[in-house]
Design a protein around this ligand. Structure first.
Ligand code: ZN
Length: 241
């Protein structure tokens, strides 16, 4: 009887550990099953990439694009295919302003399939929406919630998985200024910074952006797209941890 309990406990511990390990692997910042990942790019230059996820929305772009233009900054927007279809002019505005458009799935569902078909359909559908809106084909894919599983690598069709090395603060008791200070302080040469400024609840992110850009520039950083950052970084030093 006692022996049976020991075996059952060992089994539960093993399965829990395996599930935890699998979850950690699926959410890894700089690693994916069978595909390289950009998360931070070693660079001798003080370059940093700002990446804006979700949408696009009219309110988000109205707030963001003029600030980027004022600072001569080029950013990367990871857009959701379904939202591109309902607001194609958003992608046109992003591309016309010289920013990069990345693929962020069709409907922002958690993509946890071991098969490539689901990924392939979602990526292709979003690519078609982006092309129909008049922007170049995305070179980058950012998985919703940063979750990647085995089916993704075979569906990338030449795209690179783009993650990040710093995500905006979740708790922001100090308002826009404290949020901006946290983002600026976290930047390192070659950083890819993730910001969610598109939806109505994200007023702090939008209010903080001018301070983020001023702060990064005062630290000597130039803001470039993720693809520009990858191209200028040392190819042998792209983080694949
Ligand atoms: Zn997202």
């Amino acid at each position: 009887m006692k022996r049976r309990w020991i075996v059952a406990t060992a089994l539960v511990v093993t399965l829990t550990g395996a599930a935890w390990g699998l979850k950690a692997a699926m959410q890894a910042r700089c690693w994916a099953f069978g595909a390289p990942v950009l998360c931070r790019i070693e660079s001798d230059e003080k370059l940093v990439a700002l990446s804006f996820d979700d949408g696009p929305t009219r309110a988000g772009l109205d707030a963001i694009l003029p600030v980027l233009a004022k600072h001569g900054a080029r950013a990367t927007f990871f857009v959701i295919g379904a939202e591109v279809e309902s607001y194609p002019d958003g992608v046109r505005r992003i591309a016309a302003a010289g920013h990069e458009v990345g693929n962020h799935s069709f409907d922002h569902r958690r993509m946890i399939s071991p098969f490539s078909t689901a990924y392939r359909d979602a990526l292709a559908h979003t690519d078609r929406a982006i092309a129909a809106a008049g922007a170049p084909q995305p070179k980058l894919f950012r998985p919703p919630y940063g979750i990647k599983f085995t089916g993704l690598a075979r569906a990338l069709d030449g795209k690179t998985i783009a993650m990040w090395d710093f995500e905006e603060p979740v708790a922001r008791p100090g308002g826009a200024r404290a949020y901006a200070d946290a983002v600026v302080a976290a930047a390192r040469p070659g950083s890819i910074i993730l910001i969610h400024p598109m939806y109505a609840s994200r007023t702090i992110e939008r209010e903080a952006l001018p301070h983020v850009l001023t702060g990064l520039k005062s630290r000597g950083f130039r803001i470039v797209t993720v693809s520009d950052l990858a191209a200028r970084g040392r190819a042998d030093a792209i983080s694949r941890r």
